[in-house]
Write a protein that binds this ligand. Sequence first.
Ligand code: PMP
Length: 358
Amino acid sequence: MSNNVEDLARANVRALTPYQSARRLGGNGDVWLNANEFPLPVPFELSQQTLNRYPECQPKLVISRYAAYAGVQPEQVLVSRGADEGIELLMRAFCEPGKDAILFCPPTYGMYSVSAETIGIEYRTVPALDNWQLNLPAIADQLDGVKVVYMCSPNNPTGNLIDQDDIRQLLAMTAGKALVVADEAYIEFCPQATLAGWLQEFPHLVILRTLSKAFALAGLRCGFTLANKPVIDLLLKVIAPYPLATPVADVAAQALSEQGIALMRQHAQQLNDNRAWLCEQLPQLSVVQQVFPSETNYILARFTDSPKVFKTLWDQGIILRDQNKNPGLAGCLRISIGTREECERLIAALQALSVEQA
Ligand code: PMP
């Protein structure tokens, strides 16, 4: 028998390329524009001192406040360790490894495939159309054996919303066969586009949310799954016994208080204003080929020489996210929206490169 522990690991785990999170990729910056985080910390103080006790599995105050904020019933809310855990719980509850499949439409968020590979579930991809909308006929052709369709709106990394008439058609073609999961991680930047009001109509619709973006709490690791009770009850069967640490529930409840939500709305507005400013500035630069419209706290742009732009800015401590290897995104970089000063530093650095190129 081999002495190599690697040989003991599951074949799919040996073959797995882990998710390349912004933190794993590293960098030595002081302007972090690569993880779609809120640029400044929000101050919270811990009020719970009962760390000798296990926490509630689904802390009631967090659940009731999130339900009120999202306009749904508490029984339609599950809280988890980030939206990432929600992505995985859905696969674990609904997909049989080696038999069922999930489907998604690249370019999109990278964790759908990583979770599927980790669990050993087939994933099918149906590339988005040139305008980054759903290719509905191609999805219809691929649905056999699919249990969960992940659809990110607004989409990461492209920034666009998915057309709501198309989503209705997707829900019609999947009824009784598969769940449709709308990943709304960035919905606070375009709240009018949420599908939360559709839950009553569609038993197979699921919505993912997070405190990591507009709520400025990426370090907290707290996300939500919204769905009808039968779906939530199934997810509760497979979730860890204590998914949320007591300090996490404590801070989440504060973030979801009236004042917490008001602060989040101010923050989202500031980032939307900064995005509008960047969207005016970027197209004026000769290194920028194309700026894609965005409804989120990031902008995708295509550059004449993206490796050079990426490296030059990296060396100056301005860290962007390279999208070159993503299907259809050659030459593209994703820029998270920072403070106004950070946006100005970015534009100054790109101006210097544009002058050099001219
Ligand atoms: N969905 C999308 C589209 C995301 O961009 C992210 C974060 N990068 C997540 C889900 C996961 O968010 P969380 O931090 O809540 O795990």
